[in-house]
Design a protein around this ligand. Structure first.
Ligand code: UDP
Length: 422
């Protein structure tokens, strides 16, 4: 594993061949052609090479590897994420064992604060997900035990009319009641999805725990950690040293296919949006949400920081952004930042939009039904394997994306579909 020290903290400079997008210099025959250099594509390429000795050519339309996990060191020396903060957490030992092969990790429990209106309409910084302190600060309570907190929820909660919550609004109301729902969930969700919680699956709002305790961590999983040298280094360690794996960036699969530039391959592993793959079928397109990041460099923040936490959510309707990330709080920063030598701070305001690269599938019954039609097409598509968040239209976290790719790999191997054909 390249662990830095002798290397800089920045992503490795990739060869001009990799960056060129030129398939004429890539292998003419591979076992796997993989579209997308994100988690799913990287896991399949790595497993197929290490366990089966298979060759892959990974192509990606972007100019870097790592998909939405890509991070880099900005001009001020701060490690930042190009596509929003990524916090790794998992309850799957298999995933933890897998990712620790490619990086050293440092334990990190992610904690989020929210700028939320209290009962008098004054904005207060409180823990999210809601814990005892959240309720005490917002509503002037003095809850100091799990029993009292459970009783508070019990008095607030609105049971779902049909037993099980049918959508995000019923899910949130049944857990926290209308006062917290209005303040923390309703408008944040509208800003994030351009839909109110009632228009989304219950699962979206159930992503957040809701606790009776004082445990204010964002996630409850056993393993929560940061890669010591950032996420990009993981992809470098997975892919770049392996002679079985070739990469071409700045390379558009659809254009290359139309121009007959693709190599001969045994199987196509497609990790892009499934509706782009089947665009010629004339079906309605799937709905995805994108994010825009408005970055600001603050030269002289008081005490070195802009805000109290790495992530501050802004769930009220009066801002366009949903949250502000301040990277300096993250402990896997380069040494100069950790030693206090970087005085300024970089923040990114996250604004959700329908335009731009697809980030999130939008989980609701209409989109699920439409995705099912795409899935039927995908099942009939010989020699193509659809993997990942965009191709399987699932709101995967990083660990779920890794587990899914590992399981798809297992399945292909067991059914004999993976065998070197070179
Ligand atoms: N959510 C909310 N208020 C918050 C945080 C989350 O309403 O302060 C809802 C919102 O609908 C959001 C969902 O919970 O999209 C999932 O939040 P999470 O932080 O998991 O979103 P991600 O980090 O994947 O964007």
């Amino acid at each position: 594993i390249a662990e830095g020290g002798e290397q800089s903290e920045e992503p490795l400079k990739l060869s001009s061949e990799i960056m060129s997008g030129d398939l004429s210099t890539a292998p003419k025959k591979v076992d796997l052609l993989i579209v997308g250099a994100g988690l799913s594509g990287a896991v399949i390429a790595e497993r197929c090479s290490k366990e089966l000795g298979m060759t892959s050519l990974i192509i990606d339309v972007r100019d870097h590897i790592g998909g939405n996990c890509y991070d880099y060191v900005d001009s001020h020396g701060i490690r930042a994420s190009k596509y929003g903060a990524h916090l790794f957490h998992t309850k799957y030992e298999r995933v933890w064992d897998y990712v620790t092969q490619f990086s050293k990790w440092m334990p990190f429990d992610h904690r989020v604060k929210g700028m939320v209106e209290d009962k008098d309409g004054v904005k207060k910084l409180v823990p999210i997900p809601p814990v005892q302190e959240t309720v005490n600060v917002l509503f002037g309570e003095s809850i100091d035990s799990e029993e009292k907190m459970a009783a508070w929820y019990e008095a607030e909660r609105v049971p779902p009319p049909n037993g099980e919550p049918a959508n995000g609004e019923e899910a949130a109301l049944s857990r926290v009641g209308s006062r917290l729902y209005e303040r923390i969930f309703k408008h944040y969700t509208k800003k994030q999805w351009d839909k109110y919680p009632a228009e989304l699956d219950a699962s979206v709002l159930m992503r957040l725990p809701c606790r009776t305790s004082t445990d204010d961590r964002y996630f409850g999983d056993e393993w929560q950690a940061l890669p010591v040298h950032g996420y990009t280094r993981i992809f470098e360690n997975m892919l770049l040293q392996d002679p079985n794996i070739s990469i071409r960036l700045n390379c558009d699969f659809f254009k290359a296919r139309a121009a007959n530039q693709l190599p001969e391959y045994g199987m196509l592993v497609y990790t892009g949006p499934i509706d782009s793959y089947f665009a010629q079928q004339g079906m309605p397109r799937l709905e995805y949400r994108s994010l825009r990041f408005v970055e600001e460099w603050i030269e002289e923040p008081p005490d070195g920081f802009f805000q109290e936490a790495m992530v501050v959510n802004h769930p009220a309707a009066d801002t366009e952004f949903t949250r502000i990330v301040e990277y300096k709080h993250i402990p896997n920063q380069p040494d100069a930042v950790k030693q206090g030598k970087v005085k300024g701070t970089l923040i990114a305001k996250e604004i959700s939009s329908a335009e731009g690269d697809p980030y999130y599938p939008v989980p609701n019954p209409d989109n699920r039904a439409l995705y099912e039609r795409y899935r039927e097409l995908a099942e009939k598509e010989e020699g193509v394997c659809f993997v990942g968040r965009l191709a399987s239209y699932k709101y995967f976290n990083m660990d779920q994306a890794i587990l899914n790719a590992l399981e798809i790999y297992d399945n292909l191997k067991e059914t004999g579909k993976l065998a070197p054909k070179r």
